[in-house]
Design a protein around this ligand. Structure first.
Ligand code: ADE
Length: 359
């Protein structure tokens, strides 16, 4: 999977070199390319923001650098050869990030095109196919890892931003010629585990990190004419910018790629995991020793009865969800609850009968 991240703070992404995701990058499962938005500015100060029309506090990110960045990363179908990077009159510093010139597979496999990471100083040592790779649109995505297979036929999630349809066909997305653009913003729709699962099956994502009061709205509007665009929020709070939100999403998505986690089963037991855990929080977990500070591990977990353990885990998940996130339970279709589930919920004080669930 290829991820392009456009930001004015490339150094924010140094953590992507460590732990699971760092390993996934080194083994070629994940091809992350971080780009400095300022490389697409043309003035001496490398300006990316301006005052908001209509007045008000704060600054808004200018559309021009964003438009040029997206043009460079995502070739237009009427101009299939992507630009080779920022224009030569750009007054960037020496540690600037030359934008990756071609989409995945532009003359090299995903694993070949990225060999480095973000240095603490802000430089990005590894990057995409070299500028002027000269690949044609049809050649541009031939390789890379497409976990979970192609995305064609996957519909947009309820309330979700575009799947194929926002100016891109399912074929264009599945082939990797067109990425999904993800813009983190507190005004977006909530980012969920279901989104992480859906994104993990796509070959190419581009993240646009806004700062200040956000990005001029015409950028998303124009991008939508040629690629799917999702504006997503991590929650009902406001961050200083999209960088941390992108780190969170990249981790949520990256850990789902086949081969990234040691034990593939562990993702199916996660809170919110599609399937049995959808809309449920994972219950408590324990490890050795069996008794710690006079607190024993629940007997059932030492019993070796896998069926009984699975039932106990589900009961605990139901109880914890009632306690911490009762609103999630109202999303559960009544038929996914068996009689035992209902009894546990009732006992935990959650109304389960008839219409009560949706209230
Ligand atoms: N940028 C600023 N706040 C954000 C939030 N809550 N979610 C995603 N992106 C953001």
């Amino acid at each position: 999977m290829r991820l392009d991240i456009v930001t004015i703070f490339p150094e924010y992404f140094a953590p992507l070199d460590i732990s699971l995701l760092g390993k996934a990058r080194r083994t070629g499962l994940l091809d992350v390319r971080v780009h400095d938005l300022r490389d697409w500015t043309h003035d001496r100060h490398r300006t990316v923001d301006d005052t908001p029309y209509g007045g008000g506090p704060g600054m808004v990110m200018k559309p021009d650098p964003w438009g040029e960045a997206l043009d460079a990363l995502v070739p237009r179908s009427d101009n299939p050869t992507p630009s080779s990077g920022p224009p030569s009159d750009d007054s960037a510093s020496t540690d600037k990030t030359p934008p990756g010139g071609a989409p995945p597979g532009g003359g090299a496999s995903a694993s070949e095109t990225f060999t480095g990471g973000v240095s603490p100083g802000g430089a990005v040592s590894g990057r995409g196919a070299p500028p002027s790779s000269g690949a044609s649109a049809s050649e541009m995505f031939t390789g890379g890892v497409s976990p979970g297979g192609a995305v064609s036929g996957r519909g947009a999630p309820p309330g979700g931003g575009g799947s194929p349809g926002d100016g891109a066909s399912a074929g264009e997305m599945a082939s990797g010629r067109v990425p999904r653009l993800i813009i983190p913003t507190p005004s977006g729709r909530p980012f969920t585990q279901a989104d992480a699962v859906r994104y993990a099956a796509e070959p190419w994502l581009v993240f646009a990190c806004g700062r200040y009061e956000g990005i001029d709205s015409r950028v998303a509007e124009e991008a939508r004419t040629r690629m799917p665009v999702d504006e997503v929020s991590l929650g009902d709070f406001v961050l200083a910018g999209g960088e941390v939100a992108v780190l969170v999403m990249v981790e949520a998505i990256g850990r789902l790629l086949p081969g990234v986690l040691g034990n593939a089963d562990s993702v199916t037991d996660d809170s919110f995991a599609p399937g049995a855990m959808e809309s449920l929080l994972e219950g408590p977990v324990y490890t050795k020793p069996p008794v710690w500070r006079e607190r024993p591990v629940p007997d059932i977990l030492l019993s070796g009865h896998h069926g009984a353990i699975a039932r106990w885990r589900r009961d605990e998940a139901l109880r914890r969800t009632v306690r911490h996130r009762p609103e999630l339970l109202s999303r559960l279709a009544p038929e996914v609850l068996d009689e035992h589930d209902r009894a546990v919920l009732r006992e935990a004080g959650f109304p389960v009968d008839g219409e009560d669930m949706a209230d």
